[in-house]
Design a protein around this ligand. Structure first.
Ligand code: SAH
Length: 444
């Protein structure tokens, strides 16, 4: 917790943030804002009461600290309590829209597994699996390609902080047949998938055993806490969350009166923006993935909405598929910020190669979504199903919906892209196969 900062100045509205009209179902792309909310004066949520006590005792907190509390506090955090992914929740994600999405991602892993010489063992590690739909669709692909994978020892490892969501995942993937706190493992739960593959649950990536692994993070990094900074005449100041002195039980943004350790450490000297968001937690996790891939092999696929170090104020809240003020009724709404892929790339520290970010519609097109849609349309006889298939394709691919705002980004061992002895003997080896999605899909 930062030291109390009495007399912090109110935050001026950020002149750079320009809201865009949101698309209806996907979590869209406009700036913070939204409707005022029940849970105002007199109706403080348990989380708000907890934060008010904390702020009164120790003064303003960073946005990162606020976001961490609101999302993953063990008692009252949004993901801990409900984690509303899906149509009946607060936001819908691509795997929830269409099975084709997860199937194509499953094919991406198979294609990389082949390109890397079909290692005998691999772990699929998913960070923030939500309802477990994406893993379920991937496992269906693995089961359809069982003859190809028959000699490979595959296991699934899910990193999930929310007990509520891990229950939903267990039901979806194993039919609920799981063992809690297995003694022989670092996992907090284990089970066997409907297709016979072992599944383990962890709270932290560091608990996942080492070994050749494919990593997956879909709409995970955007949920990690961010620090926010504002350029002022006196230099960079960190945005903090404080109690509004004018309105009882209401929170407001303020600026730190002087620079903080975070302003010193996270702002690059060459920064040209006036407002910057940084997630050091995202940086630490990507660093861990890069170290693990460098040491044990594998690949990571990250899909999220984001930018390449250009956007400013993207912090926003979602509740019931609508924008929700980020400081109202904390714990009852999803809080999120665009992923800064340039920061993730920097934090790999050159341990792995990186590809992307590439737009979702380009990635899925390269993965053969058009052909897959044609096959599904031909196999379905009723017009309602065909209509549904076309509609979900449009949601995923339309540049105005999810096609342009979501991007794919990958970490791969350097030798996957460049022969290690290329400099000495440039013509000695056959060319390396392109990485599917970022280039052509070749399944040989
Ligand atoms: N990947 C899913 C869900 C995205 S929602 C989908 O696309 O549908 C974000 C997920 O990350 C939830 O499962 C949430 O509980 C989990 N999560 C959030 N913060 C986390 C953290 N710090 N560590 C592990 N999981 C986290």
């Amino acid at each position: 917790l930062p030291p109390p900062l009495p007399g912090a100045a109110p935050l001026r509205p950020d002149p750079l943030s320009l809201p865009t009209a949101p698309a209806p179902a996907a979590r869209p792309f406009s700036s913070a804002g939204g409707e005022p909310e029940a849970g105002g004066p007199g109706r403080a949520t348990a989380m708000l009461r907890h934060l008010l006590l904390k702020l009164r005792a120790t003064g303003p907190v960073t946005v990162a600290e606020y976001m961490r509390e609101a999302l993953t506090n063990p008692g009252q955090g949004y993901y801990t309590r409900r984690g509303g992914v899906g149509e009946s929740g607060d936001f819908v994600t691509s795997p929830e829209i269409s099975q084709v999405f997860g199937e194509l991602i499953g094919i991406w892993y198979i294609s990389e597994w082949i390109a890397m010489g079909k290692p005998k063992v691999f772990q699929l590690v998913e960070l923030g699996p939500g309802r477990g739909t994406l893993t379920d669709d991937i496992l269906r692909v693995f089961s359809q390609l069982a003859s190809l994978l028959s000699k490979c020892d595959v296991s699934i490892h899910l990193v999930e902080v929310s007990p509520k969501l891990s229950e939903i995942q267990a039901l979806m993937l194993t039919g609920g047949k799981v063992q809690s706190n297995p003694e022989d493992q670092s996992a907090y739960m284990k089970g066997i998938s409907k297709t016979g593959i072992p599944i383990f649950w962890y709270r932290d990536i560091q608990d996942v055993p080492p070994g050749y692994s494919f990593y997956l993070a879909h709409e995970f990094f955007d949920a990690l806490p961010i620090h926010k900074f504002q350029r002022t005449e006196k230099g960079w100041r960190e945005v903090l969350v404080d109690i509004d002195p004018e309105v009882p039980d209401q929170l407001r943004f303020v600026l730190s009166p002087s620079s903080t350790p975070a302003t010193e450490n996270f702002i690059q000297p060459e920064e040209t923006r006036d407002h910057v968001e940084v997630s050091p937690e995202a940086g630490v996790i990507i660093q861990r993935l890069a170290c693990r891939i460098e040491k044990d092999g594998g690949a990571a696929l990250v899909a999220d909405y984001g930018h390449d170090g250009t956007k400013t104020d993207t912090f926003r809240g979602f509740r019931n598929h609508k924008l929700h003020h980020v400081l109202r009724a904390p714990g009852t709404a999803d809080l999120t910020a665009d992923v800064d892929f340039s920061y993730l790339r920097k934090m790999t520290q050159g341990r792995t190669a990186t590809l992307g970010p590439i737009k979702q519609r380009e990635f899925l097109k390269n993965m053969g979504i058009d052909l897959r849609l044609q096959v599904l349309l031909q196999n379905s006889c009723d017009t309602a199903t065909q209509e549904q298939l076309r509609h979900s394709y449009d949601m995923l691919m339309n540049p105005k919906k999810m096609g342009d705002c979501f991007s794919f980004f990958a970490l791969l061992p350097h030798h996957r892209l460049v022969h290690s002895d290329k400099k000495q003997k440039p013509d000695s080896k056959s060319p390396l196969p392109p990485v599917a999605g970022f280039g052509e899909l070749l399944l040989k």
